[in-house]
Ligand binder design. Structure first.
Ligand code: PBG
Length: 326
């Protein structure tokens, strides 16, 4: 056969394939989300997320040390609170000496070189289990901003490097930027959950933090999975309001959104490979139906190929361990 173009020539050996490989994932790209809870020497596995634990601060510090040795440089902290600490206003989120603020401070003190990202939303602290302030069954937008502002400034005071508003209230990025700057935290960055969809894949995370909404759902603030255009509007607003990074969440089912934001904005794009995405891969791997390590690598590669520079993923530690063995 005379065939002039033979694409298979570029697949002939591992070395050739490595030469022409366009996308590679590095530990530099990853942020590991971690769950911190009250207590001492606590390491409780999340039932729906095999291999993911809720740590008390002492254990979390060890865990972050191990991850840092593996090359992971960034961590996103989430608090798991006892029901007794929750109220309508999420007031525990800005209470001086609270477990979460102490944890931020302790991680930054022990590991000054790591990037500490924090979560700005009311749900882990809210007796209603919603990301915003609730009155008569409604999630109020503008009233919520005041609480997010207090929370964000308290996190910056504790030492956070990047705030991650995950609440999807309108105007919160600009509001937080102003409150941070007024309080002298112009160096603290904002990674906005720009396009956060009302996904059915958050449930393992809500198990981990016992933060599921007590009534209704999150569809009046999180986006409709069927929509593309409003992601552009959200990104334009976040850009105008001063966001430093734009995030898409979830990741695997929203690669088109990642690509669209990366094509249209010069800011670094992040994607959150969320709890349910992790759990699906783990569950199938545990059953022996897929090769978990290979599916993990393919997943992270796909997210990066779509245009995300940064990936928040519960796989970060496993990924780093596999890279080190190579
Ligand atoms: C809520 C928040 C959620 C996640 C991060 N912050 C869940 C939700 O919106 O209910 C989900 C992360 C994951 O599923 O891994 N502010």
């Amino acid at each position: 056969m005379h065939i002039l173009r033979r694409p298979r020539r570029l697949r002939t050996s591992a070395a050739v394939r490595a030469l022409v490989e366009e996308t590679s994932v590095s530990v530099n790209d990853l942020i590991l989300p971690v769950f911190v809870v009250e207590g001492q020497n606590v390491k409780r596995e999340v039932a729906s997320m095999p291999g993911v634990y809720r740590h008390s601060l002492d254990n979390l510090l060890d865990e972050i040390g191990q991850c840092q040795d593996l090359g992971i440089k960034a961590f996103d902290l989430f608090p798991g609170l006892d029901e007794s600490k929750k109220d309508k206003y999420a007031s525990e989120s800005w209470r001086e000496g609270s477990m979460y603020l102490e944890a931020i401070h302790a991680v930054k003190s022990k590991y000054p070189d790591v990037v500490v990202m924090t979560d700005v939303a009311m749900d882990p602290y809210s007796s209603d289990g919603h990301d915003g302030y609730v009155e008569n069954g409604e999630i109020l937008n503008d009233e919520t901003l005041e609480y997010l502002g207090k929370m964000g400034v308290a996190q910056a005071q504790a030492g956070a490097d990047i705030l991650g508003p995950s609440d999807m209230m309108d105007g919160r990025v600009g509001y937080l930027r102003e409150k941070l700057d007024d309080a002298g935290f112009s160096k603290v960055a904002i990674m906005s959950y720009t396009a956060k969809y009302a996904s059915a894949l958050y449930s393992p995370f809500r198990d981990a933090l016992e933060s599921a909404p007590k009534f209704g759902d999150k569809k009046t603030y999180q986006m409709n999975p069927a929509n593309i255009k409003e992601a552009l509007i959200e990104a334009e607003l976040d850009y105008a309001e001063g966001a430093d990074y734009l995030m898409v969440k979830p990741a695997m089912l929203y690669l088109d959104i990642i690509k669209m934001l990366n094509d249209n904005f010069a800011l670094p794009i992040a994607a959150y490979n969320i709890s349910g995405e992790y759990s699906m891969i783990k569950a199938a791997a545990q059953k022996g139906w897929i090769d978990g390590d290979r599916v993990m690598l393919e997943t992270l590669t796909s997210i990066k190929r779509a245009g995300a520079k940064i990936i928040l993923t519960y796989f970060a530690k496993e990924f780093a361990q596999i890279q080190q063995q190579r």
